[in-house]
Design a protein around this ligand. Structure first.
Ligand code: FPP
Ligand code: MG
Length: 306
């Protein structure tokens, strides 16, 4: 693992560095490739509404990044993903047993750090992890469900992704000492941004290969996001439904799936849905005091939606 001058990455490396060598090494690649650190940046930005202690904010940032990292390690086992953050998924490099155990150890390290930061922090983190686990369960259960309604899909992404964004905003807000109405507005901002973020992420499965995984990976697992669910409703011919549920469904069918989803307005509908939740996020943000912190969050949100 590399050392770093970034305070969140410093604390992340410190927490993972406390694990036994096999567990530490299993997630070392992910610690070295921390991604955009969006969740800790969100927490730090929310801490800007008041006077927060920089050291505690960095430690809180490391906690949310470590929870996120653990969830990705487990998610990659469940999704049988080969690549994460441009490198091999932990279970591909170390095997599923070590990956699951290393994910658990990371979660435990995050929990210990959270408890050291305060009882309220520990409670909020542990409730969020339970909600994430429920969200991931719903994600597994929806496999090959072409009848999943958009409201049920939104509920799923709220639990799978929105709750962690919410935690980041809440921890930063509380740390900065804002009143409960502002903290509640920031929590709502987080959950709505998280939903919009996941809806756009699900669009990528039809649009472009990201650094994480080739396009089509979710569809091959039967995980149909907002674009496909919307297109399924619009496709009265039933062709999309037939292709997705065909026993021989494979990557050779993905081009046709993409064509059908586009032709039936699925990508457009998904972007509209994301826009609705970005809008809810901005409405919640408007209930916070105007100033540099609010403008910083609005700027981050605009960057993420473009
Ligand atoms: C990625 O979704 C996964 C999540 C957002 C949540 C994962 C949660 C768990 C595995 C529950 C257990 C939680 C912990 C903290 C151990 P995705 O598969 O749609 O995204 P991807 O394309 O990045 O894989
Ligand atoms: Mg996944």
């Amino acid at each position: 693992m590399t050392t770093t001058a970034d305070p969140v990455r410093y604390h992340l490396a410190r927490l993972v560095g406390g694990l036994s060598a096999p567990l530490r090494n299993t997630v070392g690649g992910l610690v070295d490739r921390p991604g955009k650190l969006l969740r800790s940046r969100l927490l730090t930005a929310c801490a800007g509404f008041g006077r927060a202690d920089h050291e505690r904010v960095a430690r809180l940032g490391a906690v949310v990044e470590l929870v996120h990292l653990a969830s990705l390690v487990h998610d990659d086992v469940i999704d049988r993903a080969a690549i994460r953050r441009g490198g091999p998924a932990a279970h591909r490099a170390a095997g599923p047993e070590l990956a699951v155990l290393a994910g658990l150890a990371c979660l435990s390290a995050a929990g210990t750090e959270a408890a050291d930061l305060g009882e309220g922090v520990a409670t909020a983190v542990s409730r969020t992890v339970a909600a994430l686990a429920h969200g991931e369960l719903l994600d597994v259960e929806r496999g090959f469900d072409t009848g999943l309604s958009l409201p049920d899909y939104v509920d799923l992404v709220r639990r799978k992704t929105g709750v962690l964004f919410r935690l980041c905003c809440l921890l930063g807000a509380v740390e900065s000492g804002v009143d409960s109405a502002v903290a509640a507005a920031l929590a709502e901002f987080g959950v709505e941004w998280g939903i919009a973020f996941q809806v756009l992420d699900d669009c990528l499965d039809l649009e472009a290969a990201g650094e994480d995984k080739p396009a089509g990976t979710d569809h091959l697992l039967g995980l149909f996001g907002a674009p496909t669910l919307a297109a399924l409703r619009a496709d009265t011919s039933g062709e999309l439904h037939r292709i997705l549920l065909a026993p021989a469904f494979s990557d050779g069918h993905l081009t046709r799936v993409r064509e059908l989803v586009t032709a039936h307005g699925g990508l457009r509908a998904a972007r509209t849905l994301a826009g609705v939740h970005f809008g809810h996020a901005l409405t919640a943000l408007s209930r916070t005091p105007d100033g540099p912190a609010r403008r910083a969050l609005a700027g981050m949100l605009e960057t993420s939606r473009s």
